[in-house]
Design a protein around this ligand. Sequence first.
Ligand SMILES: [Zn+2]
Ligand SMILES: [Zn+2]
Length: 388
Amino acid sequence: MLPGVSLQSLRGQVSHFRHLKTADPGGLSMKYWNGRRPRYCPECLAERPKWRAEWDLTLMVACPTHRARLRDSCPSCNRPVSWKRHSISMCNCGRPLTDTASEIATNAEIAVSAYLSSALADEGGVNGADYRTDVGRLVLPDLLAVCTFLGGYACSNGAKPTKIANLDNVSVATAVANAAGQAFIDWPHGYHELLGIVCRNRGSEDSCARLTARFGYFYTALYKRFEAEQFEFLRREFDSFVSREWVGQLAERNRRLSPATRRRHAWISLTSAAKLLGIKRDTVSVLITQGTLEGQTHRTASGRTSGTVSRCSVEALRDEKAQWLTLTDVRKLLMISRKRAYALLRSSVLRPVGGPSVDGSPVWKFSTREVMALMSTLSDVASTAEHR
Ligand SMILES: [Zn+2]
Ligand SMILES: [Zn+2]
């Protein structure tokens, strides 16, 4: 204990005391602190011999003030900077850490670093035309989680893209931060490009495959782990990517495909699906939830349900619906009276697939397959009765 010195205001872990289990006073998970290999901005350090807490955040890779990349090695001997050194601005080789020209960071690296710096200082957002308020409003743990998620998926096709090895190495962290930053600085195009990369890295080429097959765990994480309100902007643009860009990209890559094939691969809106199927928009959502249609829905900030449906699954259902029977058809097939038909309906022996209580349509509809199965059951029952 140093007399008169308080460590209260310091952030991060106490580095190089591995057995000292200290939590970050700000409550940020230790996984977001880089305690192994210190980084610094040569220009900041030259101006003032002070080590900044923000440099220790895993995805902090640039200095927003000097627009320079952070370093984690000595410019003279090239060895990793060590916490165990005699002077704050000097390497143990005896040369100043500031004795170097700084390397210019990319706009994406600067953007991520500016968001992180602001969130750590709790400044409530970054000013400037290039900065997004929905990203700037994220609290530090959320911001780090999003950047690790987006950057991890863009940079890796391993089994666990968000468990990034060697993130304490500034060059690894820079690649991840740069990829996440690309998504933010040219929103939504940058994000759409990132989603395209995720698809190519992980997913099936078949655009009619389920979203989980095309995006892997990314899709599940987006709707489960990032389901909270503050991440809505990520989900909204994901939906828009799936419904619009995917079609365009497919057309771009497969110019030889016929227009009809390209059209079939489209993802369409809930409203278009409802029109094609002749049902209510709400019913389309229900059918997606039930798994009858393939698609995704989410609730927008205004409380409206928004989403996209695979055209393939809509067309398949429409074709199936064309085979559906009315109650009159069923009565003719089963050779039963209206009264008997309603009795079967009430006892759920005859189950409608469409109608007043199913999808709000005024006419009862029945699946041909189920009615055929029922017909053989009923004739079995009848012949058993005859033989008695
Ligand atoms: Zn600096
Ligand atoms: Zn050195």
